[in-house]
Write a new protein. Structure first.
Length: 340
């Protein structure tokens, strides 16, 4: 903690503060500037009373109290300098291989899902995405097939060998969804639903945490902290665009999160260009940018007939476009030291 004292403080007041800091279990280091005194206090907030109240308790002496340590710990690169690799069936996300998770926004039926799964697998995807429980803005829109959707995902996995990622929408579904999925997706709308994050963590399955629609990176890292703090080390962050004033795109995909998350955290970073732009015609370019910038995986919406999709039709790419995209991504991935 950095404690800045008000200018013109008397020696007696300085002594009072130093005594209080020691009393709360911290070791003060005094730095005397020309105009004011700054105190660095070393200690552990987890086991000691916080120093943040000093400014409130001694308003005539203390000007400000600022933490120097980051608020997130377990997700931080400081805590774990090596990049974490998240095991998903026979794969590892965060290692040399770039993983592509592809499939429809929503599971709509057996034929749609199976056709998509076979095609994305043939094109080089390692994981199948598909929502069985859908977080829709309107209650009158398709809400997902629920358990039937989960069973279809499991069937597609049996037939293709693809790992399955699907969204966990409610704490009540945690055990059910974990029974069928290889990765639990926490959606943008639930990114700060802390009880849901805890429930997801406790299933022991890898968790992919989308960034909330208006979430700061620090809040996102702290939300991820809930997963690690609940004894689940297998966390991935997924940037899917944030809400801005821009209207050309559904969201503004923040690719700067790739180097930022890599710098701040040891957890892999996944990019979702589909929700990110809300436009199928931008998916290819955004994927290329993400791969060039070091994304560990991509989450892409693919549908056999996007025009007839039950959700997010405007942003899903066709099977043909997906196959072409994978072809174009391969040399790019190699150029940045990844295999695809
Ligand atoms: C999705 O992946 O289809 C989805 C609903 O994502 P998000 O939570 O990012 O909107
Ligand atoms: Mn979608």
């Amino acid at each position: 903690m950095i404690i800045v004292l008000k200018p013109g403080i008397a020696k007696k007041q300085e002594t009072t503060i130093l005594k209080e800091i020691r009393k709360r279990g911290y070791k003060p280091h005094v730095m005397r500037g020309v105009a004011r005194i700054v105190i660095g206090a070393i200690g552990d907030e987890l086991t000691h009373q916080s120093l943040e109240t000093l400014a409130m308790v001694f308003p005539e002496i203390v000007e400000s109290v600022t933490p120097v340590q980051k608020r997130y710990k377990l997700v931080s690169r400081e805590a774990h300098p090596a990049t974490s690799e998240v095991p998903v069936r026979e794969h590892f996300i965060g290692g040399r291989q770039l993983h592509v998770m592809a499939g429809p926004c929503s599971v709509e039926g057996e034929d749609q899902l199976l056709r998509t799964a076979v095609a994305v697998k043939a094109a080089g995807a390692t994981m199948l995405r598909g929502g069985a429980f859908k977080p829709r803005t309107s209650p009158y829109e398709f809400q997902g097939l629920g358990l039937k959707g989960l069973k279809l995902l499991a069937k597609a996995r049996r037939e293709t060998g693809l790992a399955v990622i699907t969204e966990l929408l409610s704490e009540n579904h945690a055990d059910m969804v974990a029974e069928y999925a290889d990765i639990l997706q926490i959606g943008a709308r639930n990114a700060q639903n802390f009880q849901l994050l805890i429930a997801a963590a406790k299933t022991g399955k890898p968790v992919l945490l989308k960034r909330g629609l208006s979430m700061k990176i620090e809040e996102w890292l702290l939300a991820g902290e809930y997963v690690l703090a609940n004894e689940n080390a297998n966390l991935m962050f997924c940037e899917r665009g944030i809400r801005t004033f821009e209207t050309y795109t559904r969201n503004t995909l923040d690719l700067a999160t790739i180097p930022i998350i890599k710098n701040e955290s040891h957890c892999p970073i996944v990019i979702d260009p589909s929700q990110g732009a809300g436009r199928a015609d931008l998916v290819k370019s955004l994927c290329k940018g993400a791969v060039a910038m070091g994304a560990d995986a991509l989450l892409i919406e693919v549908h056999p007939n996007p025009a007839e999709a039950w959700s997010d039709g405007q942003q899903q790419v066709s099977l043909e476009v997906f196959a072409q995209l994978m072809k174009e991504l391969r040399p790019l991935a190699e150029a940045v030291g990844r295999t695809l």
